[in-house]
Write a protein that binds this ligand. Structure first.
Ligand SMILES: NC(=O)C1=CN([C@@H]2O[C@H](COP(=O)(O)OP(=O)(O)OC[C@H]3O[C@@H](n4cnc5c(N)ncnc54)[C@H](O)[C@@H]3O)[C@@H](O)[C@H]2O)[C@@H](O)CC1
Ligand SMILES: Nc1ncnc2c1ncn2[C@@H]1O[C@H](COP(=O)(O)OP(=O)(O)O)[C@@H](O)[C@H]1O
Ligand SMILES: [K+]
Length: 530
């Protein structure tokens, strides 16, 4: 499972790599810079556009100089700029400065006195000002250069990090950060790229495998992971020939109120579609006909007239998903409280179940261990209060899940699944999911997986992954806007098939392009493929 390492660990991985391979740091930088050059060359294929490389004077700047040298040697139209910002120059930066001079190239120094180089929107900018080592917010000349790059409208490729973005804390001056089109980040995904507060600093990103010491990375301890297909696939359980519906559990969905029966329709349909053996909707009387006609595969139990009150479930449920469209009527709150006091079954709590708990925090103590909570950010804020920034939000997420021994799925573009103090970020999904009811479907999927005896933590990871995957697969025939929550259910089969399919053999881009005799533009191939 791809680990998200800390800055300290990444520096230690460098050291371990250099030591183990008996190379010097300059060799490692040469290797890294060459990989970046190759990435650019694979896409530009000799295109004569102007490439403007902006370098700091640390190791990120050193990478920029290596890239500049290789591009120059391949005949590219390169302009290299060094931001003369103080006396700190890393040894390897200086060495690469000399190497550039050795091939007859003098980088241009940008000083406070000099005019900033003109950057056209047709240029490509390589941002190698700061990487992991950013220690304070960019000011004066550097700030000016960053704003100049951002104002150019050129395609910006950031090396390792968009300069000005911290690896482990929030940005304080939002205008002093490079706004990249794409970032080539080294070796591991970075937490900063997964946070909504950093959404404007890089449109897409990918991890460049720079070959850091695998043993160090394997042994490194972390609390942050990014989930990919290879993490989910082994969880999947094939059905045996003699299996029958009694082996796949009985999921109960409790929720709905007058005007909000659609939520239960979506949840129950998702639960039966993901494979729960039986599904029962426990709903107010007013929704009886709606549910029976819209999801004939499921059973229905009715509660009070227009909203949930009694919660008197007469089924031996394997798991209960509760809260979608339920409302927070005073009688519902009363009934829900009594239900929690009596209940022993694992729960998936969403929407109004969470809203009721937010107003009666002591109810959290009644939630069984290993239950799954699926708040969107607003619901999570109601539960834990306001956070200072996204790092603080993640801290609250870890601690709430740890304190109550529950699994929390904090939904978003990279939904974070908290379990035993660790966070597992989902890598699938796109803005097509920003549509009414998509959370209700997720609740049904997770509930349906737990019914089939997936551990709630596995069900949360697999459910979130498949839910996101449907939106990706649907984009072959739909656009973000036309995708609706029901489509998630329709695409569940495709998402499972995709999970089980072997990865197609990847043809190296260079080979593929030469076969097609096709020239790539700088912004091609920049989808996040991580
Ligand atoms: N394993 C890896 O990740 C590798 C990383 N390399 C590169 O090395 C980079 C890290 O290098 P460094 O540690 O030298 O860090 P940086 O190059 O990111 O910057 C550090 C330098 O900038 C100064 N600085 C920090 N914030 C500043 C500010 N706001 N204003 C002015 N000066 C500021 C520091 O005092 C220091 O001199 C990575 O991001 C990557 O580009 C590669 O070259 C080798 C392998
Ligand atoms: N931009 C996005 N990228 C990926 N997933 C998204 C995006 N926007 C929303 N989602 C997903 O869609 C779902 C929305 O859930 P929620 O806000 O509860 O919807 P609703 O209340 O309408 O059912 C979550 O699973 C969330 O992770
Ligand atoms: K950078």
């Amino acid at each position: 499972m791809p680990k998200i390492l800390s800055v300290k660990q990444l520096y230690a991985a460098d050291t371990a790599t250099v030591k183990k391979n008996d190379i010097s740091f300059i060799d490692l930088m040469e290797h890294v810079g060459t990989l970046c050059f190759q990435w650019i060359h694979d896409r530009l294929q000799g295109d004569p556009i102007t490439i403007q490389i902006f370098c700091g004077t640390g190791n990120n700047g050193g990478d920029g100089l290596v890239i500049a040298r290789h591009l120059k040697q391949y005949g590219y139209n390169v302009k290299t700029h060094i931001i003369n910002c103080g006396n700190d120059r890393s040894e390897v930066f200086l060495k690469n400065y000399d190497r550039l001079k050795e091939i007859g190239v003098w980088a241009e120094m940008i000083t406070c006195e000099s005019e900033l180089p003109a950057v056209s929107e047709n240029d490509m900018v390589v941002d190698a000002i700061f990487g992991l080592g950013l220690s304070r917010k960019p000011e004066n000349l550097i700030k000016k250069v960053i704003e100049h790059i951002n104002g150019s409208n050129a395609f910006v490729l950031s090396i390792d990090f968009p300069s000005g973005l911290y690896a482990e804390k929030s940005v304080t001056d939002t205008v002093s950060v490079v706004k990249a089109y794409h970032t080539l980040t080294f070796q591991t995904p970075k937490l900063a790229f997964l946070l909504p507060e950093n959404r404007y600093y890089t449109k897409t990103w990918e991890v460049l495998d720079i070959g850091l010491d695998a043993e160090y990375i394997y042994n490194a301890k972390t609390d942050n992971y990014l989930l990919y297909k290879q993490d989910i696939k082994p969880m999947y359980r094939f059905r045996e020939k003699f299996s029958h519906k009694g082996e796949f559990g009985h999921a109960v969905i409790i929720g709905g109120s007058y005007g909000k029966m659609g939520a239960v329709t979506l949840s129950t349909k998702a639960a039966i579609s993901i494979g729960s053996g039986l599904v029962t909707a426990h709903i107010p009387q007013c929704g009886y006909q709606i549910i029976q006609t819209s999801v004939p595969e499921i059973m229905v139990e009715v509660d009070a007239e227009n909203e949930m009150q009694k919660f008197d479930i007469n089924i031996n449920a394997t798991v209960i998903g509760i809260g979608v469209g339920m409302g927070t009527h005073i009688e519902t709150v009363k009934g829900f409280t009594e239900f929690l006091n009596k209940n022993k079954v694992p729960l998936v709590l969403d929407a109004d179940a969470l809203n009721i708990i937010s107003k009666n925090k002591e109810l959290l103590k009644l939630v069984p261990e290993n239950s799954v909570l699926t708040p969107h950010p607003k619901e999570f804020e109601r539960l834990v209060g306001k956070w200072k920034n996204d790092y603080d939000k993640l801290k609250k997420l870890r601690s709430l899940s740890k304190k109550h021994k529950i699994i929390i799925v904090l939904k978003g573009a990279y939904s974070a699944i908290a379990h035993e103090g660790a966070l597992f970020f989902n890598s699938t999904g796109n803005p097509a999911l920003s549509t009414a009811g998509s959370g209700d479907v997720l609740t049904g999927i997770i509930t349906g997986l737990i019914a089939q005896n997936y551990h709630p933590f596995e069900a949360a990871k697999m459910g979130v992954y498949l839910h996101g995957k449907t939106s990706e697969l649907a984009m072959k025939t739909k656009v973000y806007e036309t995708f609706i929550a029901s489509d998630i259910i329709d695409y569940l089969s495709s998402a499972i098939m995709d999970l089980l399919m072997k990865e197609p053999k990847v043809v190296p881009q260079k080979e593929a392009e030469s076969k097609n005799d096709k020239k790539a533009k700088p912004d091609e191939g920049t989808e996040m493929y991580i």
